[in-house]
Design a protein. Structure first.
Length: 127
């Protein structure tokens, strides 16, 4: 059975293999959507800081926070797409799933941002 015409380019991007159990494909899609929601939340946070935090932070700090949130959102958006593709390929070829690079990236990025804010607020509070 040949795939519908719109599916053919996607099937080629998946580098062949066998059609996996739909439950696994749908689970992979749900994981992608969870990462996409997180990226959208970071995007919204960056827009909110830039829009509503004019008096709360010095301009350079507000811009740093905004750009950090937007960069993390971009990283997660791209990473989620690449992860979805890599997992789908692994499912089709019955190979081991790739390690989730997004997890440490988000944890390290969020941790560094929190540490930076703690240092800046601590310094600002004593200065």
């Amino acid at each position: 059975m040949t795939p519908p015409p719109l599916r053919k380019p996607l099937t080629q991007a998946l580098l062949g293999g066998e059609e996996p159990d739909p439950r696994f494909t749908l689970a992979n899609e749900r994981t992608f959507l969870a990462w996409a929601r997180t990226a959208l939340a970071l995007l919204g946070g960056g827009i909110a800081v830039e829009t509503f935090a004019g008096q709360a932070f010095a301009p350079w700090l507000r811009l740093s926070i905004t750009l950090s949130l937007l960069a993390l959102s971009l990283l997660l958006s791209l990473g989620a797409c690449l992860r979805w593709l890599a997992v789908e390929r692994a499912l089709r070829h019955r190979s081991a799933l790739p390690l989730p690079v997004l997890v440490p990236a988000l944890a390290i990025g969020g941790g560094l941002a929190a540490l930076l804010l703690l240092v800046l607020f601590g310094w600002h509070g004593h200065g």
